[in-house]
Design a protein around this ligand. Structure first.
Ligand code: FBP
Ligand code: MG
Ligand code: MG
Length: 330
């Protein structure tokens, strides 16, 4: 089986991007070790701190953020970083060619129940000149690489450098990632959806109607039964979609009108959207293709609808309807 470096070489990925991706892979192997030790290492539970988004930080949020920040600052290819757990962008090396945005621990509410968590990352080219937040504000389409590492029963990495999406599995003996799927393909059709149903009353009309039709199953307009899954870690839900198809959404809601979206564009939606598109799927907000959004700030949030291409299209067709005139779709 091919190693990560061998696969990147076969893809003609340049030396500096290869170096950066190896740094990310090696750091995630160290994170995998920290996660595995769980309660034995005293890394479970919350800190006293909040991040810039007002969320209480788990100990592992802080530990994994520091591991990635230290490793990336020490990598000469990195110009700067942006993280869910850092209020502001962090400058790294003046000569660095790349900007890395990351969610060091996705699904952190799962950590104390020993359930799925992961790390999500996005790599953008560093613009010439001054380094600041503005440097990161590039559409997701500009990403030169994106991926996640899932700390599950086995540790797996999904990665794209724009040449399809690949899966690697961490060999626990050699502590190296080995290529286990060189061409991930999302089935275009699906009978499985993922959404946090507890927010139903807060959704906009298009999502209310779309999900209601899925729930009607064979007696509804879709004339088929749909199953539901929700891991509460985007990294786990998107991994399932990449493995066996499905539609995943965290839609707009009005639970808190000041915060209509949950997922973060730069280090959750964009990298996942690139992985999904590179595997033949689609990713949208309902009104706009995620990878075409022009970001306005590093911690901004967006609605996300992604997965099997035909099912995403069906969901989007509900968003084209004027619900003030017509409350339901035939
Ligand atoms: O708890 P909810 O509302 O179901 O939200 C789950 C979503 O929140 C997230 O956990 C946010 O990620 P963080 O753990 O990095 O904050 C997503 O991964 C997941 O899809
Ligand atoms: Mg997250
Ligand atoms: Mg996180």
């Amino acid at each position: 089986m091919q190693t990560l470096a061998q696969t990147l070489s076969a893809q003609a990925v340049n030396a500096s991007l290869t170096q950066l991706l190896v740094t990310l892979a090696e750091t995630s192997i160290a994170i995998s070790g920290a996660v595995r030790h769980g309660a034995l290492a005293g890394v479970l539970g919350a800190t006293e701190q909040e991040n810039v988004q007002g969320e209480t930080q788990k100990k592992l949020d802080v530990i994994t953020n520091d591991m990635l920040k230290d490793a990336l600052k020490a990598d000469s290819t990195v110009r700067g970083i942006a993280s869910e757990e850092e209020d502001y962008v962090v400058e790294a090396n003046a000569q660095g060619e790349y900007l890395v945005s990351f969610d060091p621990l996705d699904g952190s509410s799962n950590i104390d129940i020993n359930s799925l968590v992961g790390t999500i990352f996005s790599v953008l080219p560093a613009p010439a000149g001054e380094f600041n937040e503005q440097s990161f504000l590039q559409a997701g389409r500009k990403q030169v690489a994106a991926g996640y590492v899932l700390y599950g029963p086995s540790t797996m990495m999904a990665l794209t450098t724009g040449k399809g999406t690949q899966f690697y599995t961490l060999d626990p003996d050699s502590q190296t990632f080995l290529l286990t799927n060189d061409n991930v393909q999302i089935t275009p059709d699906t009978a499985e959806f993922a959404i946090n149903m507890s927010n139903q009353r807060f959704w906009e009309a298009p999502m209310q109607t779309y999900i209601a039709d899925l729930l009607l199953g064979k007696i509804g307009p879709r004339e088929q039964s749909f199953n539901m899954r929700w891991i509460a870690a985007m990294v786990g839900d998107v991994h399932r979609v990449l493995c066996r198809g499905g539609i995943f959404t965290y839609p707009t809601d009005n639970k808190n009108p000041a915060k209509p979206f949950k997922l973060r564009l730069m280090y959750e939606a964009n990298p996942m959207a690139l992985l999904v598109e590179q595997a033949g799927g689609k990713a949208s907000t309902g009104y706009e293709t995620i990878l075409d959004i022009q970001p306005t700030e590093i911690h901004q949030r967006v609605a996300v609808i992604l997965g099997s291409a035909n099912e995403v299209d069906t969901c989007l067709s509900y968003h084209g309807i004027d619900y003030s005139e017509e409350p339901s779709i035939d």
